[in-house]
Design a protein around this ligand. Structure first.
Ligand code: FES
Length: 86
C-alpha cells in the first residue's frame, strides 16, 4: 500500500528504511523523498515509525548508550574558561 503517493513510496519501503536506521520522517525523506512534496503523508510516516520496532539505531542506543548518560545540566568543569583581556 502506498504511503506517499507523490513519490510512489510504499509502507514496506518506509519500514525498510526504518530498519536501516532512519528513525524520523526527515531521515525517511532524505532516503526516498517521501513527505517532501505535498506533505500529506508525513503523519502516516510518523505513525509507521512509531509502530515499527525496526529502528536499529534507536534500539541499539537507548538501552545502554545515550539513555544511560546523565543529563548535562551544568557547564563542564574539566576545561578552564577562556580569559578575557581587560
Ligand atoms: S503524499 Fe507524500 S509528499 Fe505528497
Amino acid at each position: 500500500m502506498y504511503v506517499c503517493s507523490c513519490f510512489g513510496i510504499t509502507e514496506q519501503q518506509v519500514k525498510q528504511h526504518a530498519e536501516d536506521g532512519r528513525c524520523t520522517p526527515r531521515q525517511i525523506a532524505s532516503a526516498c523523498k517521501a513527505g517532501t512534496d505535498c506533505g500529506s503523508c508525513v503523519k502516516r510516516i510518523q505513525a509507521l515509525l512509531g509502530r515499527t520496532d525496526g529502528c536499529a539505531t534507536r534500539t541499539r542506543l537507548e538501552p545502554a548508550g545515550l539513555a544511560a548518560q546523565p543529563p548535562r545540566t551544568a557547564p563542564r568543569q574539566d576545561r578552564p574558561l577562556p580569559l578575557r583581556a581587560a
